[in-house]
Design a protein around this ligand. Sequence first.
Ligand SMILES: Cc1cc2nc3c(=O)[nH]c(=O)nc-3n(C[C@H](O)[C@H](O)[C@H](O)COP(=O)(O)OP(=O)(O)OC[C@H]3O[C@@H](n4cnc5c(N)ncnc54)[C@H](O)[C@@H]3O)c2cc1C
Length: 290
Amino acid sequence: MTSNFDAIIIIGAARPALLSPRASPKPARPSPSSSKLFGGTCVNTGCIPTKTLIASAHAAHLARRAQDFGVHAGPVTVDMKAVKARKDAISGQSRTSVENSLDNLDRCTVFRGQARFESPTTVRVGLHRDAHGNDPHSDPHADQVLLSAPKIFVNVGGRATIPDLPGVHDVPILTNSTILDPPLGRVGLTETEVRAAGRPALIATHPMSKVGRAVEKGETQGFMKVLVDAETKRILGAAILGASGDEAIHTFLDIMYSKAPYTTLQRAMHIHPTVSELIPTLLGDLKPLT
Ligand SMILES: Cc1cc2nc3c(=O)[nH]c(=O)nc-3n(C[C@H](O)[C@H](O)[C@H](O)COP(=O)(O)OP(=O)(O)OC[C@H]3O[C@@H](n4cnc5c(N)ncnc54)[C@H](O)[C@@H]3O)c2cc1C
């Protein structure tokens, strides 16, 4: 028997799952779930686990530098099992939250299993069972279900596009976010891109060694940079490499979204002592890009 839906969304996971929103009331579904890796790359192997591991590395780094801050912490060792357990717990919470939010989505049924197209509008799903033989689908005796919908979305991620730059294929390149310490926050055009565009522009840079908050934290590596269109006064791009750069960059992002001139941001009074408070100062140093 075919179950009809308004749309079918095939999502990737370690064990693929399939979402089927429909206009009819939400049908009852037995639990528990057999799928373990809802959330795709970000939640399971990408953004969240890496930032969790970085937090542990940062804690070890700070502990080893404790004496620089007048703190005596003794020999520092890292328990990698505990680090991994923390990472798994945080990633797991996120995964469960994604899974629960899909399970509880109104007018949406989640089928956990391998999806196979049978026609442009039908998909057969081989259902997964858990260790107890339970089946997440409404029919506990079925091994598979046939689903039909006029629209089927395949959401199994994509691959990064590599631009055809001279020499780019001769060097190792990263196609995912790079993990940096200190962090790098960057928006809009780079200095190189602004130069290539040939538009009259203004530029300013400010070293993190002259940002009070960075000095207080003992994290003075890096700099801030901003590029502005000399005629429209709109910000073309900005980068903050250094302490809290990945957070402070949002100040630029917001003003760029609002399409306001840089002078609006230059007049703002930011909270002291923060990295962001130096952004108006940076904008006050703008000079023609030569
Ligand atoms: C180490 C790392 C760190 C990252 N850190 C960041 C970060 O800090 N910030 C940020 O913005 N982005 C980060 N990313 C990138 C981010 O994870 C991806 O941009 C994002 O997850 C893409 O989402 P998506 O839905 O397009 O695909 P994905 O999340 O990749 O989801 C696709 C899923 O489909 C599955 N799949 C593929 N083909 C099939 C198939 N035929 N059948 C069944 N399943 C299939 C895949 O296994 C995957 O689980 C990071 C990536 C990595 C690898």
